[in-house]
Design a protein around this ligand. Structure first.
Ligand SMILES: Nc1ncnc2c1ncn2[C@@H]1O[C@H](COP(=O)(O)OP(=O)(O)OP(=O)(O)O)[C@@H](O)[C@H]1O
Ligand SMILES: Nc1nc2c(ncn2[C@@H]2O[C@H](COP(=O)(O)O)[C@@H](O)[C@H]2O)c(=O)[nH]1
Length: 299
């Protein structure tokens, strides 16, 4: 008889506890409507979303407000889904039927139509945002405040609100900024809160082009925001774009590329990754993510 490999019982038990906690968190999230059930169903497709992937379809349905045991059993029978199934193990037709059922019968909490676009220096965030501003005028693009000096051609109030250090301090004191950060270790940048709140109340999609520190703060304050990371086609192309733009000294370029390495390493924290190969394609993909955000679907 071959000898079975030794079992690390403590590690297995820790993993089981962690998995149970993660699943409980997903169920709590659906129950208090911080995430739509469609969003959880879509996330379960990806095995790396372990909590959603391993969630039993029975637990999933029971965690939705107003679905009790009887209704849950009826739904599963109607959709021909075995109660023993886990969300990640649904067949494509079962998944489709469940999705249709949820879309039709379960009110989905509308997500903020707030999208945060981040990515390393010179990946083309500003270029993609400018394209979106021109082609999709319904999207409000936030104008950040910054303590850096304007570049040639930049206009105060259009590209940025160019402010002094003292003015920036005052904005912080008055709680006027949704988020702020010192970027590339030099100047401060921040997102004025009021225009965003107003636009969201009006149901208008809003987009922020900010750095990763800012994206993390937005996620904390507004968990419904969609975080999108713009990627270059390659590292060499990123360097070529930074050098080609020619707006920074060699020293500043080196500093920015240093930050870029750290930022690229954080891409997994984001909801979606979009490669900026051709600007119109990248812009279309980003806008599509805003359009479907109420449905919890995928671009
Ligand atoms: N898809 C693309 N293909 C080729 N060049 C591009 C593309 N997108 C942007 N660029 C060019 O890359 C350079 C950097 O773009 P941009 O200034 O928009 O980057 P950014 O991400 O906003 O940078 P930063 O964070 O440093 O402000 C610009 O010269 C721009 O014209
Ligand atoms: N956290 C924030 N980051 C911001 C904001 N506005 C812009 N940025 C980021 O700064 C860098 C550098 O911009 P540049 O115009 O000097 O090249 C870039 O990565 C932006 O995303 C903000 O309001 N908050």
């Amino acid at each position: 008889m071959p000898v079975p490999p030794p079992v690390d019982r403590a590690a297995a038990s820790r993993a089981a506890v962690a998995a149970r906690r993660a699943r409980a968190e997903v169920k709590r999230a659906i129950a208090d409507s911080t995430r739509s059930s469609l969003h959880v169903l879509d996330a379960s497709l990806d095995p790396t979303n372990a909590a959603e992937h391993s969630l039993r379809v029975t637990h999933f349905l029971l965690s939705i407000p107003h679905i009790g045991t009887t209704k849950m059993e009826r739904i599963l029978a109607t959709l021909a889904i075995s109660p023993s199934k886990r969300l990640g193990g649904l067949g494509s037709n079962q998944r489709k039927r469940l999705r249709e059922y949820l879309s039709e019968h379960v009110p989905q909490k509308p997500r903020h139509r707030l999208l945060v676009l981040a990515g390393p220096t010179a990946v083309g965030k500003g270029t993609v945002v400018k394209y979106i501003q021109d082609q999709y005028p319904e999207v409000l693009i936030s104008v950040s405040a910054t303590t850096r000096a304007p570049r040639p051609g930049e206009v105060d109030g259009v590209n940025y609100l160019f402010v002094t250090d003292e003015e920036f301090d005052r904005m912080i004191e008055r709680n006027e900024l949704l988020e702020y950060a010192t970027v590339h270790g030099t100047h401060r940048y921040g997102t004025p809160r009021t225009p965003i709140d107003t636009a969201l109340k009006e149901g208008r999609p809003v987009m922020l082009e900010i750095d990763i520190q800012g994206a993390r703060q937005v996620r904390k304050h507004m968990p419904d925001a969609r975080l999108v990371f713009l990627l270059p086609p390659s590292w060499d192309e990123l360097v070529a774009r930074l050098e080609g733009r020619g707006t920074e000294s060699a020293e500043e370029q080196a500093r920015r590329l240093e930050t870029a390495r750290t930022e690229l390493a954080a891409q997994d924290e984001f909801d979606d990754l979009v490669v900026n190969d051709q600007v119109p394609d990248a812009a279309r993909k980003v806008v599509a993510l805003m359009r479907v955000s109420n449905q919890g679907g995928q671009a």
